[in-house]
Design a protein around this ligand. Structure first.
Ligand SMILES: C[S@@+](CC[C@H](N)C(=O)[O-])C[C@H]1O[C@@H](n2cnc3c(N)ncnc32)[C@H](O)[C@@H]1O
Length: 252
């Protein structure tokens, strides 16, 4: 099935000039049985329709979560002049899109984004999600690499002189992979990192407890220079949802 966003990029309707998270959210669409197939956001996404459905069911919620995350002092005043970005469980790249919109608006101050962001590395198990994420994020005119992975294994990134921003958006709460193994494969000794994690704090298996567990693993195994965390309620049209998030500046 054709990817509606990739088609819109090919046809010049989504461009480097107008790309944004809001633009991506405009492609939300529901399909029969789509909500159930997403399995509360825990499923590995199997089709481009399910990507549209994810935007329909969860896109505005993810944007609302990130509005809260972007209030952290560490994101208002980014600690690095220039950095790489790694998005783990990136899906269609919505969280990095929201983050890059923020960097463009707040940190660029006349600089082009490519002079701030060295490269973006995307990891997910879904080839459909990775393809869309790659095509959207390339429009930000930064170097993008996408790779299919099965968590907790993540390839060690090539050595880079740049510090790294690692995004863990709505992935740590999913059960089925070991959090300490993920930490070990993400953070080889010797780097500087800003780690940003956010998830719903749902009252079922997994949930916010895993986010808090990952944060405590970071504090136990790495040198934390600054850390902020919070839990709050996001009000959506028909329901409200409890969200947990943290941002930690650390040396690995
Ligand atoms: C809830 S979505 C989060 C997407 C995005 N980070 C966001 O905040 O909108 C979870 C993503 O994790 C991927 N995923 C789920 N389990 C995975 C696993 N074991 N290994 C790699 N990716 C996985 C799914 O394909 C999906 O794209």
């Amino acid at each position: 099935m054709t990817d509606r966003i990739v088609s819109a990029i090919r046809e010049g309707r989504v461009t480097p000039q107008n790309v944004s998270a809001a633009q991506v959210l405009g492609f939300r669409a529901a399909t029969d049985g789509g909500f159930e197939r997403l399995n509360r956001g825990c499923a590995v996404i199997r089709s481009t329709e399910d990507l549209d459905q994810y935007l329909w069911s969860y896109g505005r919620m993810v944007a609302a979560q990130w509005a809260g995350v972007l209030e952290f002092g560490l994101l208002q005043n980014l600690p690095f002049e220039r950095f790489d970005v790694t998005d783990v469980g990136c899906g269609q790249g919505l969280s990095t899109t929201l983050f890059l919109d923020h960097v463009k608006a707040e940190a660029a101050r006349g600089r082009v984004l490519a002079s701030i962001v060295g490269g973006v590395r995307l990891y997910d198990a879904s080839p459909h999600a990775l393809r869309r994420a790659f095509e959207v994020l390339r429009l930000y005119r930064v170097s993008v690499k996408a790779q299919s992975v099965r968590l907790p294994q993540v390839p060690q990134p090539a050595a880079s002189a740049l510090p790294r921003v690692t995004i863990l958006s709505n992935i740590l709460d999913i059960e089925g992979f070991d959090l300490n193994s993920l930490r070990q494969s993400l953070f080889a000794p010797g780097g500087r990192h800003l780690v940003i994690a956010v998830s719903n704090d749902r009252q079922v298996a997994g949930g916010g407890a895993r986010v808090r567990q990952f944060q405590s693993l970071l504090s136990r195994h790495h040198r934390l220079l600054a850390c902020e965390s919070k839990a709050w309620e996001v009000q959506m049209a028909t329901r409200s949802t409890q969200v947990v998030a943290f941002a930690c500046l650390m040396e690995s």
